[in-house]
Design a protein around this ligand. Sequence first.
Ligand SMILES: NC(=O)c1ccc[n+]([C@@H]2O[C@H](COP(=O)([O-])OP(=O)(O)OC[C@H]3O[C@@H](n4cnc5c(N)ncnc54)[C@H](OP(=O)(O)O)[C@@H]3O)[C@@H](O)[C@H]2O)c1
Length: 307
Amino acid sequence: MLSALTQAATAAVNWAVNPRPEHDPDDLAAAVRGKNVLVTGASYGVGAATARLLAQAGATVLLAARTEDRLATVAEEITATGGTAYCYPANLADPVAAEALAGTILAEHGHVDIVVSNAGKSIRRSVELQYDRFHDFERTIGVNYLGPVRMLLALLPSMRARGQGQIINVSTVGVRLTPAPRWGAYQASKGAFDTWLRGIAPEIAADGVAVSTFYPSVIHTRMSAPTPTLRQLPGLSSGEAAGVVARAIVTRERAIGPWWLGPAELGSVLLAGPVSWALGVLYRNSDDTASANGDATADTSHTNAER
Ligand SMILES: NC(=O)c1ccc[n+]([C@@H]2O[C@H](COP(=O)([O-])OP(=O)(O)OC[C@H]3O[C@@H](n4cnc5c(N)ncnc54)[C@H](OP(=O)(O)O)[C@@H]3O)[C@@H](O)[C@H]2O)c1
């Protein structure tokens, strides 16, 4: 009885604080049927769920990520249910590989209609643990900013020439708020891509290419799992997050985030001093996780655990 009540309360809180994934399946099918949709980060979490959902709606999904066997599994699941999927193993943190990925896809499929730029790497680590870890910054800026930019520079000319297309960026609420302690490398790289994409949006809109940005708070995936606080917070499942991406495809909204993001963004500007002070208190009363400390026995499923 107690667990049923707890589950109901959790579901109610999730419903209240997260953006709605609702979309009409017929509208989604009309928006993606027969279209080539590139989903980066399609081997796990939000990307895998998005690829399944869009393929089910009739899209030809082009799956990109590093883990080849996981991509193959997602593609097999899709084809087993009558969908169409192709795998493109690639390390997006390598700009040469990111450009080659776009080139291969254009050579094999002619064009891309929709890009879901979802691949990402998060790192939560105090700067004092990063004095000898410049690679934390290189890896995050690589996969969260430079790689996707390189890939889009190669895809945009044909999208604009065809006069249609959409880019959906799976960003984070963090880029619109006061940066939180321990997340500097991640926030800086996600913020860079968000700023670049919003900057070019008015340029490419004239050629029929829309930009939509999804600003999620917590999504319960292997990315958030190693951080105890995030595990406790209300969040979306990867399937629900995929539903929000689908909603963005259907509505072509410029931005989708939780209802409280706008007021919080305003608060972080108007109350910058007190917010910064509160974050300092929070920092001093919390710890780095074992994996952030470089503990080899800690949960290595999280990308933070890479040395
Ligand atoms: N989880 C959250 O709470 C949360 C909150 C806000 C925003 N987000 C954003 O949501 C997006 C999806 O994250 P998720 O929660 O689904 O995490 P996830 O389960 O860890 O998935 C991340 C995906 O990115 C791919 N990826 C990572 N590094 C890559 C690289 N160098 N080259 C190519 N692909 C790479 C991973 O594939 P491989 O490892 O196979 O390469 C994986 O498919 C990310 O952009 C993240 O920043 C997540």
